[in-house]
Write a protein that binds this ligand. Structure first.
Ligand SMILES: [Zn+2]
Length: 93
């Protein structure tokens, strides 16, 4: 079984050997996600419903069955697309 990346309790990535890169001590909250959560109303809602707000972008789900979602245009849609691409690539094997 290939080594897998894992996170420790603080959400930091552990290398397969269990070593841990020292994280730069900034004022980031340890449990905060790497990507700042979007608080725009309707962003990230399943696209089974109507467009939650004008200009929202529908990002299709990945091939492994993830549902399509609405995202606000720009950063959120780009991140969602990238995530979907990664899932598609990962599921190709
Ligand atoms: Zn958003």
């Amino acid at each position: 079984m290939p080594p897998r990346l894992e996170r420790d309790a603080d959400g930091l990535w552990l290398s397969p050997k269990g070593k841990r890169k020292p994280a730069p001590k900034k004022d980031a909250v340890p449990s905060a996600p790497v990507i700042e959560a979007c608080h725009v109303d309707g962003c990230g809602t399943p696209a089974s419903g109507p467009r939650p707000a004008p200009g929202m972008v529908r990002v299709p789900g990945s091939k492994d069955g993830a549902a399509a979602h609405w995202y606000c245009p720009g950063r959120c849609a780009a991140i969602a697309r990238a995530r979907t691409d990664l899932r598609n690539v990962g599921g190709r094997r």
